[in-house]
Design a protein around this ligand. Sequence first.
Ligand SMILES: [Zn+2]
Length: 423
Amino acid sequence: MPTAERMASRRKRSPKIANQWLRQILRLLYRRRSLSRIGIVETTGLNAASASHALRYLLDCGVLLRSADRCRLTGRHREAFTVNAEAGHFVALDLEGDRLRFGLTNLLGDIRCRWEECLGLGQPFAAEKVVEGIGRVTRDLDPTQLGRVLAVGVSYPGLLDAEGRLSAVNLGWTKVPLLAALKQAFPWPVFLERDKETCIHAENWLGAAHDCRNALFLIAEGGIGMGILEGGEHLLGARGFSGEIGHCKFIPGAEDLCNCGQKGCLEAIASSPNIVRQYAERTGAASAELRFVDVLERARGGDAIALAVFERAGRAIGSALSTAISLFDPEIVILGGDLILAEDIVLPIIWDQIRLLTRPRSLEVVQVVVSRLGLDIRLKGAASLAFRNVLEAPELMQRLCAPARDAAPALDRRPRPRAMKER
Ligand SMILES: [Zn+2]
């Protein structure tokens, strides 16, 4: 029986499948990847009959697949269920700063197609660039595949106002009308999240914070910020401004001028451009000709000034993390951004400073590690953002569960992108 008819017949026979059951099962399998029927019943708290109806429905839709896992008690293989990663696509965007990254992902964040656009620091950022990049990663999809694109997830730096306009002081972006441009150009729902949050969600989904409920992600590159996972949810604050640790002061009397206009902010001491600036100021080198990796290589080569700059940055970051660990009591602290490149130089300094300033009891369980998700972390986080939001929206759940051929039409108002030069 064709899928659509089978679905209609199943809906007829099982009219009481609640969206909530589907959502609970999908949310669980999004996190756990594969689980047995018993595991699903035990973890969701659904009764066995409801879980069976919902599993059958999701299998018929093609959203779940049967797999097998090994029972921990008996060692035998048993029937398990997993999300059919290719049952839908997301468009994922990482507006990192000097680079815009675009990805077409499957439901589980695997990147199927990618595109990058360089954007010089301080260059004006036009929302049209984002529209072109999305066109680039979706233009080869056929109508059926286009019909399975469910949403756009965007990881952004800086601040978004109520009208969806993006500003990032350290990047020179002012009120870029991002949301309006995306809504005008594409039919898909758009979800936006600060890069701090997309990073912590990516780590919680696929990285070092998997299965953690309390974790911190410190991102240090052009700017510095912190994603905070508390009790399994990210902490936003009253206006969504939490985690701005880059603009807190940890070195008394520091005179380094920050982009925010204040002096002595963590960002003004330990962000990549400021590491380059301090090295250039102390050596008389031209900062325009130096990159973060150049200073790092000099530190590795024993250059005393480069080492002193990293020492100062590492101490400032360690002090910041000591405070954060005492405040949030996390299971894990993950370091990301350019800091990863300097792991060998700065991680021992950061740890030393944390131990120096933190009450031993606060350090009993916490680990400090560097992220292993690489450059794609925010694209994966953006896919996670899209997935989490699809589960919350009944109309998107309906689209996810619609057989592919039902979902195909209605997307032809997507513009064809202008030709772009391959990089
Ligand atoms: Zn500042």
